[in-house]
Design a protein around this ligand. Sequence first.
Ligand SMILES: [Zn+2]
Length: 118
Amino acid sequence: MNINEKISTLENIENKSCEVKLFIDIIKDLQDEIENLSNENHLLREYIDTIEEDLREVESVLSVEDDELEIDNFDEEEFIQVSCDSCKESLYIDKEIYESEENFDCPNCGNLITFIKS
Ligand SMILES: [Zn+2]
């Protein structure tokens, strides 16, 4: 007997008590809940598949190994953050350039950024 057959057996009881009626109600609610969850699960799976496909596409466009994507490789020690007075863009400048030059052309707007060294 599957669940539905069992429920029908319960439903076919004559002169059902309040308890049995309530029990049938609860089981039906649970069934709906399970169906909703499984639908949601299905949608999520489809969504994940789509994301995975997109990600694979992005990776193939970048054509880099996974470990090269890691931000960890960006060594903050080697760079100094400055912001452009003109376009307000945050720029990371190589420490060597910062230390050896007095100023720097903003790659974003061309504004000459003068390094203020303390
Ligand atoms: Zn700028």
